[in-house]
Design a protein around this ligand. Structure first.
Ligand code: AMP
Ligand code: MG
Length: 408
């Protein structure tokens, strides 16, 4: 049996590049940018007026002028209106392009306007005030968003602004989620007392959808022949197979045997961890990766977050100093003493919140083992407690793997 770190290392050795594709920018949320986005012109593209008010020539103010004739009104979107004399001004709105004949904007709050005349109420103004100068934020041709960036609202804003309607994105792997087990029925079925509704497939699908993946789903009965045929097909159609169930010591746990018979090279089976000890991982010669998680819902959920998601992130983004694709590494302060004696790395369910001091604080929510998926509703992270220790003290800090929002 290998350690969590060894398992992680083996998995992160199997980074794949799934190429690129163009996607409409407004459908790219949550994806990863494959190439730099470059400004097609200066930002802002002109000297942009930043306050509603009047635009004047500063030299006129310097020469003692405080009263200006309003030459005209220029709204945002209007072509610039010039003044012809130094005692004139333009009433001008936020977002308008500053005319060349003026250089300073005095906001309405500092001006009294009466009968076409603007009188300044202030004694000090600064040359060039209230103007967002052309190219101040970015120059034409400059990179505004770097390749490898996660697409969020701010990236979509930049794409819209610089006119990139199709974004080059990292392509996502084609994934199939396979459930196994004769006890499973689908959501709309009325299960008999010895049956349960399958949930792992929907849980995994929901997590993957958060990363923009659109996995297929498949169920296989605990039948060796069916298992073999269906997995064989999947090895031809997908980049990644996520299995759950059928990899433990049970008499009907055919998955490891079948995978090996199909030529999937076992890279490890069993990890020193709880939950998720039976985790099986391998690769097929055609480069398909197989993540076979235990069927217990908490185990599958933990393995997905601890192994599959970091692998996916590493495939999509350049390496970060933290070794995790998006550099999302969180630690929290343990809020209670915990004892865990088995020689396993313990992924304890916790409820993490933000303390008044701004620290992440984790309250254990241990639940009733890896079959108790109802407990996940009240937890928001796994806390990774090291294998080497059994006693974990209140106040100690450990890594957490959040799977929900952390609130104050
Ligand atoms: P297994 O790993 O196949 O031995 O399954 C372990 C436990 O997880 C059993 O109690 C299964 O009923 C349960 N289980 C397996 N697959 C699923 C699933 N898709 N949804 C919910 N529970 C499952
Ligand atoms: Mg099973």
């Amino acid at each position: 049996m290998i350690t969590v770190e060894e398992a992680e290392h083996i998995i992160l050795n199997e980074i794949r590049n799934y190429d690129c594709e163009d996607v409409p920018f407004d459908h790219a949320l949550g994806r990863i940018l494959a190439e730099n986005i470059v400004a097609d012109r200066d930002l802002p593209p002109c000297n942009r007026v930043a306050m509603d008010g009047i635009a004047i020539r500063y030299s006129a103010f310097e020469n003692g002028l405080r009263t200006f004739k309003i030459k005209g009104v220029q709204a945002a979107g209007d072509a610039p209106l010039d003044i012809a004399a130094h005692d004139e001004c333009i009433e001008i709105m936020t977002g308008a392009a500053l005319p060349d004949s003026v250089d300073t904007v005095v906001r309405y709050e500092d001006v009294t306007i009466d009968n076409g005349i603007a009188i300044l109420n202030v004694e000090t103004i600064r040359k060039g005030q209230n103007i967002h100068t052309k190219g101040k934020d970015k120059k034409s041709g400059e990179v505004v968003v770097a390749a490898g960036t996660l697409i969020d609202a701010t990236v979509i804003s930049m794409a819209a602004s610089v006119g990139v309607s199709l974004l080059p994105l990292k392509k996502l792997p084609r994934v199939v989620i396979i459930t196994t087990g004769d006890e499973l029925v689908d959501t709309n079925a009325q299960p008999l007392s010895h049956q349960i509704r399958s949930s792992n497939n929907y849980t995994i699908e929901a997590v993957l959808q958060q990363y923009g993946l659109d996995p297929e789903m498949l169920h296989i009965a605990d039948d060796i022949q069916a298992t073999k045929e269906k997995i064989k097909n999947c090895l031809l159609q997908y980049d990644v197979i996520i299995l759950c169930g059928g990899i433990s010591m049970g008499k009907f746990d055919y998955v490891p045997q079948v995978l090996e018979e199909l030529g999937v090279n076992k890279l490890f089976h069993r990890v020193k961890q709880r939950p998720g000890k039976p985790f099986w991982f391998g690769k097929h010669s055609n480069s398909v990766l197989v993540f076979a998680f235990p069927g217990n819902p908490v185990s599958a959920f933990m393995c997905l977050h601890r192994y599959f998601i970091p692998w996916l992130r590493s495939c999509l983004t350049p390496p970060s100093p933290f070794g995790d694709g998006r550099g999302e590494v969180f630690f929290a302060v343990l809020d209670q003493d915990v004892t865990f004696n088995p020689q396993l790395q313990y992924f304890m369910q916790v409820k993490v919140s933000i303390s008044e001091k701004g620290q992440l604080v984790a309250i254990p929510q241990e639940g009733n083992g890896s079959g108790d998926y109802a407990n996940l509703i009240d937890s928001n992270a796994f806390m990774e407690l090291p294998l080497e220790k059994s006693n974990f003290k209140k106040g100690e800090v450990y890594r957490i793997w959040p799977f929900k929002q952390i609130l104050a």
